[in-house]
Design a protein around this ligand. Structure first.
Ligand code: ADP
Ligand code: MG
Length: 699
């Protein structure tokens, strides 16, 4: 679809190569650092400041301080030929003293051009003492005196990538800023006045030209305004999506309760209070005319599967079908096996659709789905495929949401008319982040675990004790235990000091032989499945060396030990997921977090949290607090939005305001057609919320 982005924004969405001074080589570095577009440069705010306003005489310049000096060039001393280790030196000075400029690998032609003997130049950089004499290695700036105004200022410092110099990047940012103009104000004027904020353009300019440390703070007016804009765009986009969903007609799926009664009677346990509560919320949504879009959050082991099953039965009772979509084939199989006996108890048909069912078998299965003979279908992405047609899909349940993109949420629902959607995630998400990621959904929390689970014994162990660990593993294996051994990465680079899973596998194989197997991200799906299946099987391998692929809800009830190597490199949420894999079969679980000393204070705090609590929601809040909003939960894979200007850990109040603001905006002007509405469209485009704009009638 053609974008209707206002033309005023076009220069910002052009490639960085459209900026003067950024050619193909530099653009690659800039792209690696911030992204491919001009706007990405604008969102990269300074992290520090260099004060270049100190202008002593040469004889008064103290060592180890940034100084800007006016000097006369006295003499050049190139290194002797073929001796690359000796630097190129240029002597300069004023009436009070001399200073030597030092250049390693300096090019004579260039240096003679920028530092002509007998002329005056302004230089700026850190003054050093060497053998009791003043010198400056690679001055940051060398300009003729008439360009002094370019140097004599507070210079912003940016985090950079190797090969990209501050000077070059700074120029890039200046060029990007030069492409910006004031945009129509989208903020509520009264609110902006109360906050003492300037307009967007001025705020952006100030954020890139801080005059003091205070102006670098995330709550400084310029930065707060930009953060608010970003949060408002996020909240407005989610509110628009929610509004659109409300407009899509749903259908009432009331159910009779007959099938659910049969299945509940067949369960070997009673539902927990939390399960009953969430089922009520789900049933109410399903019974209503509106379309359901509900998120079910519940820790690993909190019993989401049976909740999903009972919800799907409500759809079947109403004469419709239901689908359960999961991220991997293994999980699909596992769910099919768990749910098959329950379906049998209810006297309905359940089927697994997999990429591996081919030919006539597949055709028969598709026909049974299309005719409505199959009531519940379980599968992976395969469910999306065009040839999968339902007679009448009433409810789509999506498990382990974080593996699917946020935008796939409604895709499955499009397979039916007014299909209700239930998304389940085992990633506990802090409340503030739930707002930013799932503001378009209603949320249920399974915050109570089924009874009888024993706490997992969690210990922090230095990697220096690896040998002992391996002996311990051998003893546990001899006693019949099943053990996960998780490594952070598979040989990405040979120089990497990460413990490679393959190397650890070889170590363990020497001690344990065929009792060890391995599974990692670079294996073919079929090989992965085979390894996992073998590990699950009684009499199969007892140690599974893995990268984090096992994070995704695979159930091996008799696994008792979880070992995580370099635990300090994992996010808390990830560690929590991993730990949830053990101690599920009523046997006591152990989790050993191996770390490489010395730990930073922060890493120590994070691992201690892991040791001290098993409550996923508490861990998630701690993770957010300790790592900051930008990184929480390994953001990329979690499907949570990445903010450039806002940091949830400090801008939480602004988020709450943005949420209320968005509500109010849409209550007054749902199609964003007023003057402020038009400005808000520009805001949405600015933060690339194009999907949200498409929900508008005239978008
Ligand atoms: P999740 O998908 O939330 O990680 P599961 O649905 O796989 O958790 O449930 C974990 C285990 O708890 C399963 O073995 C399941 O049979 C069991 N279970 C679920 N609900 C209850 C309950 N109310 N009482 C006892 N056990 C339960
Ligand atoms: Mg599950």
């Amino acid at each position: 679809m053609a974008s209707l982005r206002p033309s005023i924004l076009n220069p910002l969405f052009a490639a960085v190569t459209t900026l003067p001074g950024i050619g193909p080589r530099l653009s690659q570095l800039v792209e690696k650092l911030v992204g491919p577009k001009v706007v990405n440069l604008l969102w990269h705010l300074p992290t520090g400041l260099i004060d270049r306003r100190f202008t002593p005489k040469v004889g008064d310049a103290p060592p180890n301080k940034i100084a800007t000096l006016i000097v006369e060039i006295i003499a050049h001393a190139p290194p002797p030929p073929r001796n690359k280790r000796v630097p190129y030196r240029v002597t300069c000075g004023d009436a009070t003293g001399k200073i030597t400029l030092v250049f390693f690998h300096g090019h004579q032609d260039y240096l003679e051009k920028v530092l002509p003997v007998g002329e005056t130049r302004m230089i700026s950089g850190k003054v050093e003492l060497f053998d009791g004499k003043r010198q400056m290695t690679h001055p940051d700036h060398i300009v003729p005196p008439d360009q002094a105004h370019n140097v004599l200022r507070m210079e912003p410092v940016y985090s950079l990538t190797e090969g990209l110099s501050l000077k070059v990047f700074d120029k890039g940012v200046a060029a990007a800023l030069a492409k910006t103009v004031e945009l129509p104000e989208w903020q509520d004027p009264a609110y902006r006045a109360r906050q003492n904020w300037t307009g967007w353009h001025e705020s952006l300019r100030q954020a890139h030209a801080p005059k003091s440390e205070a102006e670098l703070a995330p709550l400084s007016p310029a930065r707060a305004r930009l953060a608010y804009d970003e949060l408002l765009s996020n909240q407005l986009a989610l509110a628009l999506m929610r509004l659109k969903r409300r407009k899509l007609r749903g259908r009432p799926l009331k159910g009779t309760g007959d099938l659910r009664k049969k299945v509940e009677a067949a369960l070997p346990y009673k539902l927990t209070g939390a399960q009953i509560q969430t089922l009520n919320e789900i049933s109410t949504d399903m019974a209503s005319e509106d379309r359901m879009l509900r998120l079910l959050q519940g820790d690993v082991g909190s019993g989401k599967t049976v909740v999903a099953m009972l919800a799907m039965l409500a759809a079947v009772e109403s004469g419709a079908q239901a689908a359960l979509m999961v991220p991997t084939e293994i999980l699909a199989q596992q769910h099919a096996e768990t749910l098959q006996p329950l379906a049998a108890a209810a006297g309905i048909n359940i089927a697994l659709i997999s990429g591996r069912v081919k030919g006539a078998a597949r055709a028969a299965l598709l026909a049974a789905i299309a005719s409505g003979e199959v009531h519940i279908v379980i599968g992976t992405h395969a469910l999306f495929q065009k040839d999968v047609e339902f007679a009448d899909l009433g409810l789509a349940v999506i498990d382990e949401q974080h593996r699917f993109g946020v935008h796939q949420r409604l895709e499955l629902a499009d397979k039916g008319r007014g299909t209700d959607v239930l998304v389940m995630t085992a990633t506990p998400i802090p409340r503030t982040l739930t707002l930013t990621a799932y503001g378009d959904m209603d949320v249920s929390r399974l915050d109570e675990k089924p009874p009888g689970r024993k706490p997992v014994d969690t210990r922090l162990i230095s990697l220096e004790r690896l040998e002992e660990m391996i002996d311990g593993v051998k003893r546990a294996v001899d006693k019949g235990g099943k053990i996960y051994w998780v490594c952070p990465l598979v040989e990405e680079s040979e120089t990497s000091d990460l413990a490679a899973a393959e190397m650890r596998y070889r170590d363990l194989h020497q001690v344990l032989g065929d009792k060890v197997t391995i599974v990692h991200g670079q294996m073919k799906a079929a090989d992965k499945d085979a390894a996992m299946t073998a590990f699950q099987t009684a009499g199969g391998p007892q140690v599974l060396v893995a990268t984090t692929v096992i994070e995704v809800g695979v159930d091996v009830p008799d696994a008792t030990v979880m070992i995580v190597e370099h635990a300090e490199r994992f996010g808390l949420a990830q560690l929590h997921q991993l730990r949830g894999r053990v101690g599920r079969g009523g046997r006591e679980g152990t989790c050993l977090l191996l770390y490489a000393p010395p730990l930073t204070e922060n890493a120590k705090a994070r691992l201690t949290t892991m040791r001290d609590t098993e409550d996923g929601f508490v861990i998630a809040e701690e993770d957010l607090r300790l790592r900051g909003g930008g990184e929480v939960l390994g953001t990329r894979q979690s499907g949570l939005p990445v903010f450039h200007l806002a940091d949830i850990t400090v801008h939480g109040d602004l988020l709450a305001t943005a949420r209320d603001d968005a509500k109010l905006i849409l209550a007054r002007d749902a199609d964003l057609e007023s003057e402020r509405g038009q400005a808000l469209r520009t805001l949405l485009y600015l933060f690339e919320q194009d999907d949200a704009i498409r929900t508008l009638r005239s978008g």
